[in-house]
Design a protein around this ligand. Structure first.
Ligand code: HEM
Length: 322
């Protein structure tokens, strides 16, 4: 009898152990590197800080990298892989080509991290920390970032083309592309508040300033000055996504939308007489509600399909698989 209960206890213990290991492997946690890389956060932050001191826009570019990573088969560092003669990555996909930036800064962060704890921290996690630090350094909220993602050994240009919504999207398309990765309409509106920082190219807002009517007329005049109507002329000329404070993370993006000064067609879709008007109004009136919904959205976005356990790898160089 005694022998039976002790073997039963061992079986139950083993089952619990397997369950625990399984779930701890599948989940991200805020203290994932606390023993394996205790100086990780200050190491990342100091490189992000110096990059932003050199060029404030870099904070925006780093935040966007995380979005474009997570929306394409999950937050797995796939966007960082360079093309090779035998491999096509995501960098030349339409939403990324000539547009996403910050890869050199990620390289600098990765080598600083490799110096203190080699082959421990994934590139996917570096993007998550970098996005958080950028928002905070530019004046936005701060949050505990969940870690433990591993890096993909592959990437998909087709998935990048299909999963990242284009700026020509209408409200329904925006809602469904976020729903497709498990994010709600509210997450979509809050995360779009990222457009309180950074720049867009004329090619992405030309149709809006020349053809649309739900747009403030003096804003149109201002934007037309640096964005000629003819396709092919001035395509890469830049304008701030938030005309008021493009290097400060605040709620002015929503103030712009309410006064019909959204730069992208997709921006103004959030306040155009549809179901999301009330969310924009809330964020316009309550910066702290925006901040907390933004944080919720970032954490949810960071949870999209991570590779954990023995899946993927810890890349040594973010630009190529090991
Ligand atoms: C809702 C759907 C979204 C669309 C259609 C969209 C589209 C765009 C476009 C077209 C640009 C300008 C790119 C260029 O002209 O080269 C841009 C810039 C940017 N986007 Fe989005 N975006 C969306 C959501 C997001 C989200 C969820 C984030 C972050 C969580 C984000 C962060 C940024 C940032 C920070 C920039 C400026 C980047 C820089 O200055 O380098 N966007 N976005």
């Amino acid at each position: 009898m005694a022998a039976f209960s002790s073997s039963k206890a061992i079986v139950v213990g083993l089952a619990l152990f397997v369950l625990f290991m399984g779930s701890s492997r599948a989940q991200l946690s805020i203290d994932f590197y606390s023993e394996s890389c205790p100086w990780l956060f200050p190491t990342v932050e100091s490189v992000v800080q110096s990059a932003i001191s050199k060029e404030a826009r870099m904070g925006a570019s780093l935040l966007r990298l995380f979005f474009h990573d997570c929306f394409v088969n999950g937050c797995d560092g796939s966007i960082l892989l360079d093309d090779t003669p035998s491999f096509t990555g995501e960098k030349r996909a339409a939403p990324n080509f000539n547009s996403v930036r910050g890869f050199d800064v990620v390289d600098k962060i990765k080598s600083a991290v490799e110096n203190i704890c080699p082959s421990v921290v994934s590139c996917a996690d570096i993007l998550a920390i970098t996005a958080r630090d950028s928002v905070y350094i530019l004046g936005g909220p701060v949050w505990d970032v969940k870690l433990g993602r591993r890096d993909a050994r592959t990437a998909s240009q087709a998935a990048a083309n299909n999963s990242i919504p284009p700026p020509t999207s209408n409200l329904n398309a925006l809602i469904s592309s976020f729903n497709a990765v498990g994010l709600s309409t509210k997450d979509m509106v809050a995360l779009s508040g990222s457009h309180t920082i950074g720049q867009a190219r004329c090619t992405n807002f030309r149709a809006r300033i020349y053809n649309e009517t739900n747009i403030d007329t003096s804003f149109v005049q201002m934007r037309k000055r640096n964005c000629p109507s003819a396709t092919g002329s001035g395509d890469n000329n830049l304008a701030p996504l938030d005309l008021q404070t493009p290097t400060t993370f605040d709620n002015n993006y929503y103030k712009n939308l309410v006064s019909r000064r959204g730069l992208l067609h997709s921006d103004q879709q959030l306040f155009n007489g549809g179901s999301t008007d009330s969310i924009v109004t809330t964020y316009n009136n309550n910066p702290s509600t925006f901040n907390s919904d933004f944080v919720t959205g970032m954490i949810k976005m960071g949870d999209i399909k991570p590779l954990t356990g023995s899946n993927g790898e810890i890349r040594k160089n973010c630009r190529r698989v090991n």
